[in-house]
Design a protein around this ligand. Structure first.
Ligand code: NDP
Length: 314
């Protein structure tokens, strides 16, 4: 069995090349050809948790499980907030084929998934990108988003302004016009695509700030008790999720808006894989606000992990 490090993952599967892998996986999810039991999240004290995510793909022939510790304060210790391993097995003979670093794999596949959603839902003429949050996910989302639209301007906001400035310094080579903003509202005004990648439990994005034609990727909240956009924001857009089954129990934004009566169940139009397959309309008009709710799925980990292993063993 192969042991695959974070560095090997990053070197072997660049984000821009992971986007098609994830799009294909999400089509398979929506076509019903994968197995994805609902993930379990087990609290382990002090606000930390352990996530257990099993799954199986039909094509490629791989199944497996991600075991991941979620430690939100880890960045203060210089560690990723996601620590863990992804075990993948050959479905033809049941043997384990690789154990991959789950921190890098998670960041890679999540950013690739958002980029695929932007590619499908954002206006083709999108030029300004706003990123709310400046941690590990933001670091991966920036190059991923840049690879699917011709952005000429990048704005970043995070709770701690000094971290937004550090983000700008880290990525100044990727975009000519990249700037740190003092408020989320200013960063979002006039942006064509907005990405939320914070660990905030409460909304950092308000519906009142949204403008016609924007596309929003909601990525940071992955449990029912957390949300990054308010009810008005959820209600304002054509709303898609990575999986319907996950969104119905773990998407805090959708569940909160349902509970308050701001939306009804039908507001969740369907899964992003249906949009990729052409069976569900995505953006209908240039003025639509479109929203992609990302919770993350085992199929994304399996597909990206398998592709890394396949390239390394080819
Ligand atoms: P990091 O710890 O590297 O970065 C966290 C970011 O969130 C920082 O910008 C931080 O701001 C901000 N933040 C933290 N707490 C708050 C708060 N209370 N209010 C406002 N902002 C806050 O985490 P990652 O980048 O790795 O992950 C970001 C989020 O994405 C996490 O919640 C994670 O669980 C989620 N995630 C979702 C996935 C999916 O598939 N949808 C997959 C992987 C992660 P500051 O500048 O102050 O540090």
């Amino acid at each position: 069995m192969m042991q695959i490090s974070a560095e090997e993952i990053a070197r072997t599967l660049p984000i821009s090349e992971c986007i098609d892998v994830i799009e294909a996986a999400m089509k398979a999810v929506s076509a019903g050809s994968t197995l994805q039991p609902l993930r379990s999240i087990m609290p382990v004290g002090d606000g930390n948790a352990m996530g257990i995510m099993p799954g199986a793909m039909g094509e490629p022939p791989v199944h497996g499980m991600k075991l991941i510790s979620l430690y939100p304060d880890n960045p203060k210790r210089g560690l990723s907030s996601h620590q863990g391993v992804m075990m993948i097995f050959d479905t033809d003979n049941g043997t384990p084929i690789a154990c991959l670093d789950a921190s890098e794999l998670t960041a890679l596949r999540t950013a690739a998934a958002s980029a695929a959603a932007t590619r499908a839902l954002a206006r083709p003429d999108s030029r300004a990108l706003a990123i709310l949050g400046a941690g590990e996910q933001a670091d991966h989302h920036l190059p991923a988003q840049l690879s699917v639209r011709d952005f000429s301007e990048v704005r970043v906001w995070t709770r701690t302004h000094a971290n937004a400035s550090k983000f700008v310094d880290r990525h100044s080579g990727l975009a000519a016009d990249i700037a740190a903003y003092q408020t989320a509202r200013e960063a979002v005004a006039g942006a064509d695509v907005v990405v939320t990648v914070t660990a905030s439990p409460d909304p950092i994005l308000e519906g009142a700030w949204l403008e016609a034609g924007q596309h929003i990727n909601l990525v940071g909240a992955s449990v029912a008790s957390a949300r990054e956009i308010d009810d008005a924001g959820v209600a304002s857009g054509r709303f898609f999720a990575d999986t319907r089954s996950g969104a119905e129990v773990q998407a805090g934004e959708y569940l909160g808006a349902l509970k308050s009566g701001a939306i009804r169940e039908a507001h969740l139009l369907g899964e992003i894989g249906e949009v990729y397959a052409g069976t569900l309309p995505g953006r209908i008009s240039a003025d639509d606000i479109t929203i992609y709710k990302s919770l993350g799925t085992a199929a994304q980990d399996l597909a990206a992990g398998y592709e890394v292993w396949r390239r390394l063993t080819a």
